[in-house]
Design a protein around this ligand. Sequence first.
Ligand code: SF4
Length: 370
Amino acid sequence: MTEKNTPGEAANTKRNLLNMLPTEAEQTLRDFAVEHGEKPFRGSQVVRHLWQNPAPGFAEMTDLPVAFRALLEEHFTIPRLALAMRQLSGDGTEKFLFRLDDGEFIETVAIPEGSRLTLCISSQAGCALQCAFCATGAMGFTRNLQMFEIAGQVREMKLLDPPRLVTNIVFMGMGEPLMNWRAVDPALTVLNSPLGLGIGARHITVSTVGVLPGIVALGERPEQFRLALSIHAPNDELRQSLMPINTKYPLASVIEAAKVFDRRVTFEYVMLGGINDAGEHATQLAALARECRAFVNLIPLHPGGAGDFTPSSPEQIHWFARRLRAAGVEVAVRKSRGMDIAAACGQLRVERQRRRPPVSAEDNGNVQVA
Ligand code: SF4
């Protein structure tokens, strides 16, 4: 029987070390070292080169004997994500387009702020959810990313010259992370584990439109990962028109899930001029936020997304924020970053890859929910 290789697995039987949890990779490599007449600690040395102090390939693991490196090469892979494009904005925001083994493109955005470097990572190639204002949604869904392709976006930052040291992660790039929980779940472990990338759980935010089984699964993890809910409209009628997923996960159920999530949640609310930025919307949004003690982030619309939406003016956004504060809600207005590069989610890939007909979440067998 021939075994079908997934992207990142070589056509032979080589095993992808980056698609294993770090503890699993360590055990595998220690056993491998012993089987080949080396001390087990050689296996632990290799693991440190996977995520903590990554090496581009086995050849660069110069603290290992040459013969052992050759053996590793014969049995394992540590696949890179190929950097296809890199754009630097005047405000320091940097956007990366990576090409995957099967020719798919994904985007990653690095946003510096003071001593922090937040990396906005992708969890799917494209997205099935078709939010009306989103460039990624307009291009359709191709496939879920594997664990190593998700965490690998952070690994690639460490392999740049000079390396970029990521302090915070947000799952706000391409895709809906909780529709790919099977890969996002172990990727969170790699991002957080001391044997992996060692980023504190409180510095890792999973952002979702409200995929309930995924929210429950995230809440069941013992680490303090953060949850952001993409609300974008404060009533079902409007949300339905902007986010088709609202049929499956209406606002009331999303709010209910936020209440049972035992940590504080954030609402993400993109400001669409003349659509969701009126006084009545502020009143409705404030009521929802108070119900689950959510912090609200108001996001200026990035030009170049999908649809004919116009951004709310800065004055309107600040007026809206004041209305929320007056209603007792904590709120922040996000800066729009990387305006001079195509930094809205999905824009760079749209420029590079032809659009595909959108696939609905229901129709696509690849979509995995918790
Ligand atoms: S906003 Fe997020 S969930 Fe909606 S289509 Fe874009 S990537 Fe998908």
